[in-house]
Design a protein around this ligand. Structure first.
Ligand code: AHR
Length: 315
């Protein structure tokens, strides 16, 4: 009798694991594991998710990992212990998620990835990813710079956080873009960790080593570009003129720097992912199927159009 009951239970388990979340009658509880506050972009993303949770009456349990994957893993385990209805995860790096995501899956909690992708062999460990196409962003920056430099010049590169999807893909896309122009060369490349202070520090070292040999800076985000601009000015050069500065994100300070003539171009990467993330959570709750990836559309801005749009920018 006991073995019959166990067999019946075994049959029920997979059905339970695949079933939608409990009906939407009780307050939705969502765990949000955020990377940190390394950039203005990141702060805008956090605000978007927090305000969307409020708008929808959801209880958001947010955890700031201060750039550390181990803190994000701890946060995910704590969300499992608290039995949240869903998890929104902005993963700091691409690798190392499989074991903890297996625990989350065993607890039947769906995971919505926002802004950065992960490398897992088992794709069922997350429900959906909402992000920009970082490779395309890198290509757009490269094409713009190639036109600006007429296909010739030495570039220094400020990479984002090592191992992070946007750092890997923006490097790849940029390299693909400049490969069509044999006169363009990346002469130095180092991580500035997506922060203004590190961007400045690394740019100071580049300037010390290469000085007048540098025609352009490609920064994987605006914050590092803004730090580099400071370093360029302190070294006695004119950013935007003596050294062309190109970056990614499209945050308000980048627009101010473009209007001031110090930053030449910024490829937008939209951080306002709160509405899409909560739409995904609610769709899962309602048992609807979702695309594995939703790509957020981005545009390019430069000194030619920055003035016209600066007042309408939302972040
Ligand atoms: O993942 C998106 C990137 O992370 C943004 O470009 C950067 O500013 C942030 O820290």
């Amino acid at each position: 009798m006991k073995s019959v009951r166990l067999a019946a239970l075994a049959l029920l388990v997979p059905i339970f694991l695949n079933s939608p979340l409990p009906a939407a009658s009780k307050k939705l509880v969502v765990g949000f594991s955020q990377i940190g506050a390394e950039s203005a972009w990141r702060t805008a993303e956090t605000e978007s998710i927090v305000s969307e949770a409020k708008k929808r009456g959801a209880d958001l349990k947010m955890s700031d990992a201060q750039q550390k994957q181990e803190n994000q893993i701890k946060a995910l385990r704590s969300f499992v212990a608290q039995r949240v209805d869903a998890i929104i995860l902005a993963p700091v790096v691409e690798t190392g998620w499989q074991p903890v995501l297996r625990e989350v899956k065993r607890a039947n909690i769906p995971v919505v990835l926002v802004d950065r992708g992960i490398n897992v062999s088992d794709q069922s460990l997350y429900a959906t990813l909402i992000a920009s196409d970082f490779v395309q962003e890198g290509r757009m920056a490269a094409d713009w710079l190639a036109r600006k430099l007429n296909g010739k010049g030495n570039i220094v590169e400020l990479q984002g956080t090592t191992g992070a999807a946007p750092a890997i893909d923006r490097k790849k896309g940029f390299e693909q873009g400049i490969a069509r122009h044999p006169g363009l060369k990346i002469i130095k490349s180092q991580s500035g960790d997506f922060t203004r202070s590190k961007g400045k520090e690394v740019m100071e070292a580049f300037l010390k080593a290469e000085g007048k040999n540098i025609q352009a800076v490609y920064a994987h985000n605006d914050d590092m570009a803004l730090g580099a601009i400071q370093a360029i000015e302190e070294a006695g050069f004119k950013p935007g003129t003596d050294i062309i500065v190109v970056s990614i994100d499209g945050v308000k300070d980048a627009f101010n720097a473009m209007v001031a003539g110090k930053l030449n171009c910024s490829v937008e990467c939209n951080p306002l992912l709160g509405p899409a993330a909560f739409d995904a959570v609610e769709a899962i709750r309602a048992g609807k199927s979702l695309p594995k990836k939703t790509i957020v559309k981005d545009q390019l801005f430069d000194q030619g159009n920055a003035k016209d749009v600066i007042d309408s920018r939302k972040y």
